[in-house]
Design a protein around this ligand. Structure first.
Ligand code: GTP
Ligand code: MG
Length: 212
């Protein structure tokens, strides 16, 4: 699949305000500063489509991007990428944390065209409690998700491999089945093609579902 065009569509303060769309969408979520906006830019091959920042907590809205892609199966598919505000940012009040939780739960559980959620994990760290809890919540809600390990260029390959392995080891004990996972670097464009191919595959499944 080749991405022909990606443009910013809209930022919504909550689930209720999100645009009504029928084509599939893919949400990127994870700890604040994990690299959500950066991987979205890498997937879309643009530098500043999603706003990135060294300051955690930058993305506070539900941001929709419209993507046009083509592949051998047919020209010009339209689908959406969603950049969600990150969790686990220490400097937020109890009330805004609750607001975030409610907004994310509503979005993840009620969005009709949400086809897949990418849960991002920082590959530099050993499995973190907050990520494990979020993944368990996704499983409880029965929301289909795929893991993306980020920033693999920032740590030695051996350490990245160990962190990824221990994440899967822990998940194997806690979950009925394991998710798929990609190791990526937005900086070095590693694993990005795999993420694009994954979206391509889910786009096809979505189209098949619509026809049946
Ligand atoms: P919030 O929206 O604040 O939750 O952050 P985010 O998850 O969208 O992270 P963002 O993409 O803004 O990246 C945070 C910081 O990490 C920025 O300084 C990025 O340049 C850096 N970063 C992201 N991905 C990579 C990567 O693959 N490699 C390296 N070296 N740095 C990265
Ligand atoms: Mg962001």
């Amino acid at each position: 699949m080749k991405i022909n065009k990606a443009t910013y569509l809209i930022s919504s303060p909550g689930f209720e305000q999100c645009p009504k769309l029928t084509q599939p969408e893919y949400a990127f979520i994870g700890r604040s500063n994990v690299g959500k906006s950066s991987i979205i830019n890498a997937v879309c091959n643009q530098k500043n489509l999603a706003k990135t920042s060294g300051t955690p907590g930058k993305t506070q809205l539900i941001n929709h991007f419209e993507v046009m892609s083509s592949n051998s199966k047919g020209p010009w598919d339209k689908w959406y990428i969603v950049d969600l505000p990150g969790y686990g940012f220490a400097k937020v009040s109890q009330s805004s944390r609750r607001r975030w939780e409610q907004m994310i739960e509503n979005y993840l559980r009620k969005r009709p065209n949400l086809n897949r959620v990418f849960v991002l994990i920082d590959s530099r760290h050993e499995p973190q409690k907050i990520d494990l809890e979020f993944i368990e919540q996704m499983v409880k809600w029965e929301i289909p998700y795929t893991l993306i390990f980020t920033k693999s260029d920032k740590e030695k390959p051996g350490a990245v491999a160990r962190n990824v392995q221990s994440m899967f080891d822990i998940l194997r004990e806690r979950l009925p089945f394991l998710p798929q996972g990609f190791v990526t670097s937005a900086e070095k464009k590693l694993g990005v093609e795999e993420v694009i191919a994954c979206i391509d595959q889910y786009n096809r499944l979505y189209a098949e579902d619509q026809q049946s």
